[in-house]
Design a binder for this molecule. Structure first.
Ligand SMILES: [Zn+2]
Length: 111
């Protein structure tokens, strides 16, 4: 079963299979990966996965990102950013940078 991420009437993204770039774990649903870090960008929903086995945070590269209604999506993203104070993610590259940052922070031992 593929993973589906949907914002009704706004955008939808499908991921057939997720493979962890760190430990090679493969999964097709959220039993193996946490996807809470996924972001809604101006280019659609970008899935961010965290491997439950090794903790690696990454953006799966085989995702099909689709937009249902671009102007409605754009207003929703802007509204959300105003409400949460979080920066707007323009596209998958912004999300990838943010995931890499989270990952490097995660690897710094806490003391
Ligand atoms: Zn892993």
């Amino acid at each position: 079963m593929a993973l589906k991420f949907r914002l009704k009437g706004l955008a939808e993204t499908f991921v057939e299979e997720i493979t962890c770039p760190h430990c090679g774990l493969r999964g097709t649903d959220d039993n193996d990966f946490i996807t809470d870090l996924s972001k809604v960008t101006l280019m659609g929903i970008v899935v961010v996965a965290q491997c439950k086995s090794c903790g690696e945070i990454f953006v799966p590269n085989n995702q099909r990102v689709g937009i249902v209604n671009y102007s409605a999506l754009k207003s929703a993203v802007i509204k959300d950013s105003e409400e949460t104070g979080e920066a707007i993610y323009e596209n998958i590259n912004n999300v990838r940078l943010s995931a890499e940052k989270l990952n490097s922070e995660r690897k710094i031992p806490l003391n």
